[in-house]
Ligand binder design. Structure first.
Ligand code: ATR
Length: 287
């Protein structure tokens, strides 16, 4: 309308350090276009020492919300004014929303996104989670809330797995062999396989995770994603398991975040195509 001020641009973004080749900007930009929203979604590479002041400045610069990735998920929860019960229980937030009243709300869409990517209920499944970092916390919480029959956590550093297991009320496995042999579902949340990463001192990835020589369960999920199938997904493929990759989890968590910010149902298929990319896939990345 002539004379009226131009509406300020509405922005979204993803904050991480290093941000690397995050697929979130391409995925969300495609989704915003499909929804017909003139919003933008930007990559925000922000080091830990600048996290707090950057987040505080975002609402004033037109930001409606942001995704949060490694290594900021725990601090993002701490600096929010309000947290969803899921984010509080998991101890990490991957989504921040800024209200017009100036409040920052923390949510964790990694957990429901993981369950959606799984494509089946974990009810009655015996589950093993490899790793005890932030990604493991969201997965363990999701499996437990989803009604899994058993959830056992194994980690290279046993102490960390024991602490996570006792905090979230699941089992701690001292060695994967016993629990993996009886499992229906194994989820790799470690960074083994990320960017072709092997174990310590060149140990093969499956040996580093204690699953070499074991038969895979019915369903194998790897939160790591990249251009090539990861060693853990290759393990599942050889054994005929149903496979779920980290890109599907990325798409699902992103779709849930977008719904929170826009109030619109997210165009999941558009996001999936954009995240997987028709061209040269970017370097592997952790969700
Ligand atoms: P995130 O928040 O993404 O989960 P993180 O907290 O750094 O990241 O956790 C990384 C996970 O990968 C941890 O479980 C880590 O094991 P430790 O707790 O023993 O460090 C696991 N990990 C990383 N490198 C590994 C390796 N070479 N072998 C086995 N586990 C590894």
């Amino acid at each position: 309308m002539p004379g009226s001020p131009a509406p300020s641009a509405t922005r979204l973004g993803v904050i991480g350090w290093p941000l690397g080749h995050s697929r979130s900007p391409a995925m969300h930009t495609a989704a915003l276009r499909a929804l017909g929203l003139p919003w933008s979604y930007l990559g925000l590479p922000v080091p830990p020492e600048l996290l707090e002041e950057t987040v505080a400045a975002l609402p004033g610069s037109g930001y409606r919300g942001i995704n949060v990735t490694v290594p900021h998920k725990e601090r993002a929860l701490a600096l929010a004014d309000l947290a969803s019960p899921a984010a509080a229980a998991i101890g990490a937030a991957n989504t921040l929303s800024f209200s017009s009243e100036g409040e920052t709300r923390a949510e964790n869409t990694d957990a429901p996104g993981f369950l959606q990517a799984l494509g089946q209920t974990p009810e009655d499944l015996r589950c093993v989670v490899l790793g005890a970092g932030g990604a493991a916390r969201a997965v363990v919480w999701a499996l437990r809330e989803g009604g899994a029959r058993e959830v056992a956590v194994w980690n290279r550093t046993a102490q960390r797995a024991a602490a996570l297991a006792s905090e979230l009320g699941v089992e701690h496995a001292e060695w994967p062999s016993a629990v993996v042999a009886a499992a229906d579902l194994v989820v790799n949340t470690t960074s083994v396989g990320f960017g072709g990463r092997s174990g310590e001192e060149g140990q093969p990835p499956l040996a580093a995770l204690g699953i070499e020589g074991l038969d895979p369960p019915a369903v194998v999920v790897d939160m790591v994603y990249g251009a090539a199938p990861t060693p853990v997904l290759e393990w599942g493929r050889r054994g005929g398991s149903v496979l779920v990759d980290g890109l599907e989890v990325l798409v699902r968590q992103g779709a849930l975040s977008l719904q929170l910010w826009t109030g619109h149902e997210a165009p999941v298929e558009v996001m999936r195509v954009a995240a997987r990319g028709p061209d040269e896939p970017p370097a592997p990345h952790l969700g």
